[in-house]
Design a protein around this ligand. Structure first.
Ligand code: ZN
Length: 176
């Protein structure tokens, strides 16, 4: 999903949010988050540079549950698991979360976020969504040609051209 430029106009996002408060007011949070705070996600990336955009509407559903609905899009630096070159992957994931009391059993059919206290880190929330959306083994559709050329050039010398006559000589040598 391409990033919608309109989101960029929104002011800086808060570090911590109050989901219940935001849901009561049907607040919408759009904007860019820094990857720098997402240390768990960083373990799966090959670089700390990247961009994350969120567009989340907080609202109450018919049962009065506090929800966050929208999407998270990101361009993340990862290593191709086939050629091991750095590459960027685009992630676009839909978000539909219900915030629950930490003690309450999670409602069926929802991704739930247990709330301990009133506030939650927006970064942590989005990081969880990105980690779920990140492919286990990201790969280029077509790995760059230069990579394969380097691979062939760097192959071990043991893979030098075969010498069929040497093999023949061994066969002809009398046993013992
Ligand atoms: Zn590749």
């Amino acid at each position: 999903m391409p990033y919608n430029g309109a989101v960029a106009r929104v002011a800086r996002l808060p570090e911590r949010v109050e989901p219940r408060y935001l849901a009561e007011r049907e607040a919408r949070l759009c904007g860019q988050l820094s990857l720098a705070r997402m240390e768990r996600l960083a373990a799966s990336l090959c670089d700390g540079e990247g961009t994350v955009f969120i567009d989340l509407l907080f609202e109450k559903d018919e049962q009065g549950r506090d929800m966050a609905v929208g999407h998270v899009t990101a361009r993340l630096p990862v290593r191709c698991q086939r050629c091991l070159e750095a590459m960027e992957i685009a992630i676009a994931t839909a978000v539909c979360l219900a915030f629950t009391d930490a003690e309450a059993p999670p409602p069926d059919g929802y991704d739930t976020v247990p709330l301990v206290g009133d506030t939650i880190s927006l970064s942590d929330l989005v990081e969880d969504e990105l980690m779920l959306a990140l492919p286990m083994a990201p790969m280029h559709e077509d790995c760059p040609v230069g990579v394969w050329r380097r691979y062939l050039e760097n192959r071990a010398p043991s893979e030098a051209p075969r010498k069929p006559f040497a093999a023949l000589a061994r066969i002809r040598r009398p046993a013992g």
